[in-house]
Ligand binder design. Structure first.
Ligand SMILES: CN1c2c(nc(N)[nH]c2=O)NC[C@@H]1CNc1ccc(C(=O)N[C@@H](CCC(=O)N[C@@H](CCC(=O)N[C@@H](CCC(=O)O)C(=O)O)C(=O)O)C(=O)O)cc1
Ligand SMILES: N[C@@H](CCS)C(=O)O
Ligand SMILES: [Zn+2]
Length: 727
């Protein structure tokens, strides 16, 4: 066996330091570029990554960390798990069909990658799925890197996590079939002269049944028994492996990867004889690594393992490329930061320091101060509020609304860029935003929506915009992180105490309201989501940080109300995302404080003010009881792609307030037919009282075009009116 080099990373960003992949993808999708041009951009990005990692002195370089859309999707394609309806001429087009849909064929579902803001495409596995290995992608990357003089370790999603994340695969009934393909893959990679392969099994940092852990063990016993194969490195991340660690350690795999940032270094005695790839540099935040803490963790592992390799806690996919480009950041903040490049340098430096390192005692940990007590809601019970709001708003049954954003046009984005560069002045920019608000209001009036929105044209992003207006946050110019496909965000950096110096949204909402007699919803992002989609200081318990943000949102809710806004939506799409991966008690504790934070943000509103919330991009069904406890008057939930599943949830029938299960899948350019929308609304009416059903899309419309939005909303209004007349 070739020894594992002393340092590595589990994966690297792939969107490109200047979002080259985003631009290439969108050009290809729009017909402005050929597949060859897209492939060339991919190859250039991969080459640049390997060269840079090599220059930085990293010992072992990963490959197959690139993806044109998503690595879970790539794994499904590699295994041949492609539903017939998506098959296309090239693997890229097949992937895009699965991820984005094609004419008349809706795409596969997309959901959160564990507790991150990255989204993966959920593979669809059925009894009819015929697995057939196509190793072209991992093999192609190995060869490509070799041509540049770099030996690499292909990174693949492990077979058990692949199935656990799949629709129809999570009972592991097809595990043996999938393992057959992974066995073949090992043979192919051995034939290519690959020394090590990485299989990611992050599903085992979440609570797993004994049967699932036994399946993990069986899988790697089987793969370990392949006679001609590379050495096996099984990586875990986003937490500790718990009972899965001894199970995995009992298999013949040569190396195990542990997240030592989030997972406690416990039960390491089972690692005798193994190489441990020790994730001590966080891939989930942007803070510089505490060197002493990292060395202590490495030394603890060294006491048990045959070899210790210094690594990141997870792929660096979740952090931006390079902090040295951020010349606009306050130097006092910037010096605390490390992005992907800086984290690689930290890994290399720690690996160099480890041989001569000696254990230093850990500093005493002081128990954090008890958090400030949370005031309960000051509002009347829902029934009282509902009556007050019915009188104040006079809405028809099955009210039609949207989730907030309208298409973010190229002109708006270009104007914001021009404002930032000084080419456009504030007044001209403001004029453009106002014109866009007026256009959105007139459109909604013309289409006949019941509750209007201003369309969020002034926002670059629903979190970054608020961060730019709150003290305690810094924002980056180039710190892009992939969220899904070609879509990226620049997560703000929450580095200090949060405070709202002045109202943020009131003037836009008030302006929109001044244009119409219909109610315009105020639109805010909730405290959990603002924190979840930022890089957050690590010197305060998360809940205290969230409460600080909740207080800022609370002030904004009150100011909106005082300005005459009758409906305020406080979005919490990340509520499910922060749910701890392990432990029922931990999950309950989290939901308790997350709900308390939401109520703190919203409970300053009076009974006549209708509070809405919105959830998307995650399996919200599992936390519906907590969603009900948010005590929002109306909740919109993404569900167009999994309508039946949401409505079958017993908690839906018992849901005590207004509910708008999404009836328009905004991820797809496809416009739903009236028949489809009517079926969805009828399904909601079958389980919920009509007076509590709302008609709305799954999420905001910012990624869609005006023609698509106009057609889809026309359909929603037509269906609502028809069904309303029959109630
Ligand atoms: C709702 N979702 C969100 C999540 N996370 C967020 N932080 N925000 C969200 O809305 N998570 C769950 C879901 C799904 N995820 C996403 C993530 C990202 C997008 C999206 O549409 N992203 C845009 C970028 C948005 C943005 O920041 N825009 C800026 C900068 C625009 C830009 O690229 N400017 C150009 C210059 C302008 C020009 O000439 O065109 C440049 O800088 O080069 C802005 O509008 O000012 C994306 O395109 O990726 C959606 C859902
Ligand atoms: N109000 C936001 C929510 C997205 S989750 C929007 O409409 O884009
Ligand atoms: Zn949403």
């Amino acid at each position: 066996m070739i020894p594992f080099p002393a340092s590595t990373v589990l994966g690297y960003p792939r969107i490109g330091p200047r979002r080259e992949l985003k631009r290439a993808l969108e050009a290809y999708w729009d017909g402005r570029a050929t597949i060859e041009e897209l492939r060339r951009t991919g190859a250039e990005l991969r080459a640049a990554t390997w060269r840079r990692l090599d220059e930085l002195g990293l010992g072992a370089l990963p490959s197959n960390t690139f993806s044109c859309y998503d690595h879970v999707l790539d794994t499904a394609i590699m295994l041949g798990a492609v539903p017939e309806r998506y098959r296309a001429a090239t693997p890229e087009d097949t992937a895009f069909a699965m991820a984005r849909g094609t004419d008349g064929v809706p795409p596969l579902r997309m959901t959160k990658w564990f507790d991150t803001n990255y989204h993966y495409i959920v593979p669809e596995i059925g009894p009819e799925t015929v697995f057939r290995l196509d190793p072209a992608k991992p093999v192609g990357e190995v060869r490509e890197a070799r041509a540049l003089g770099c030996e690499t370790r292909p990174v693949l999603l492990g077979p058990v996590t692949f199935l656990l994340l799949s629709e129809g695969g999570s009972d592991l009934g097809r595990l043996d079939d999938v393992l057959g393909e992974y066995e073949r893959l090992l043979g192919v990679l051995a034939g290519e002269g690959v020394a090590w392969v990485q299989f990611d099994e992050p599903a085992f940092v979440a609570d797993r049944t004994a049967a699932e852990i036994a399946a993990l063990r069986r899988a790697y016993e089987r793969l370990g028994a392949v006679t001609r194969r590379p050495a096996l490195f099984v990586a875990s991340y986003f937490g500790g492996l718990g009972d899965a660690l001894p199970a995995l350690a009992a298999t013949p795999v040569e190396a195990i990867g542990l997240d030592l940032v989030r997972g406690a270094p416990e039960g390491l005695g089972v690692l005798a004889g193994k190489t441990v790839v020790a994730g001590v540099v966080s891939g989930r935040d942007v803070w510089r690594t505490d060197r002493e803490r990292a060395l202590r963790a490495l030394l603890a592992v060294r006491e048990h393992a045959a070899q210790v390799v210094v690594s990141t806690s997870c792929s660096l996919l979740h952090v931006p490329y390079d902090v040295t480009r951020e010349d606009g950041l306050d130097p006092a903040v910037r010096e605390r930061l490390a992005f992907a490049e800086q984290k690689v340098a930290e890994v290399v430096e720690l690996a160099a320091a480890l041989p001569g390192a000696v254990t230093a005692p850990a500093p005493a940990v002081h128990a954090p101060a008890a958090p400030a007590s949370v005031s309960g809601g000051g509002r009347s019970p829902y029934a009282v509020r509902a009556a007050a709001q019915a009188e104040a708003l006079g809405l028809p049954p099955l009210p039609v609304t949207t989730i907030g954003s309208f298409p973010q046009t190229g002109e708006l984005r270009a104007a914001r860029a021009a404002l930032a560069s000084g080419e456009l002045d504030e007044a001209a920019y403001e004029g453009l935003v106002r014109a866009e608000i007026e256009r959105v209001i007139r459109l909604q009036e013309r289409l006949g929506l019941d509750v209007l929105v201003h369309g969020e044209p002034e926002r670059n992003d629903m979190v970054q915009y608020f961060a730019e207006h709150l003290e305690g946050f810094a924002v980056t110019r180039h710190g892009w992180v992939q969220s899904y496909g070609s879509r990226c965000t620049r997560p703000p950096i929450l580095h200090g105490d949060v405070r709202r110096p002045a109202p943020i949204t009131v003037r836009w909402t008030s302006y929109a309201q001044s244009l119409t007699a219909k109610p315009v919803k105020g639109m805010l992002t909730g405290p959990v989501t603002i924190v979840a989609w930022s890089f957050v200081r690590d010197d305060l318990p998360l809940r205290e940080v969230v409460f600080q943000v909740a207080d800022a949102v609370r002030e904004e809710v009150r100011d909106l109300e005082a300005a005459g806004t009758a409906i305020v939506q406080v979005d919490e799409p990340a509520l499910r995302e922060l749910l701890p991966l392990r432990g029922q008690a931990e999950r309950e504790r989290y939901l308790e404080w997350a709900v308390a934070a939401y109520r703190r943000a919203t409970s300053g509103a009076g009974d006549r003010t209708q509070i809405h919330t919105h959830l998307c991009y995650s399996d919200a069904e599992s936390i519906l009881a907590a969603v009900d406890a948010l005590d929002a008057d109306v909740t919109s939930v993404e569900s167009a792609r999994s309508h039946a599943r949401l409505l079958a949830e017993p908690a839906v029938a018992g849901f005590g307030r207004g509910l708008g299960p999404g009836v328009y899948d905004i991820h797809s350019p496809r416009v739903p037919t009236e028949a489809e929308v009517e079926k969805s609304v009828r399904a909601a009416l079958a389980v919920l009282p009509a007076e509590r059903v709302w008609v709305n899309p799954d999420c905001g419309l910012k990624t869609r075009t005006y023609p698509q939005v106009e057609a889809a909303l026309t359909t929603l209004v037509a269906v609502a009116r028809r069904l309303r007349a029959r109630l």
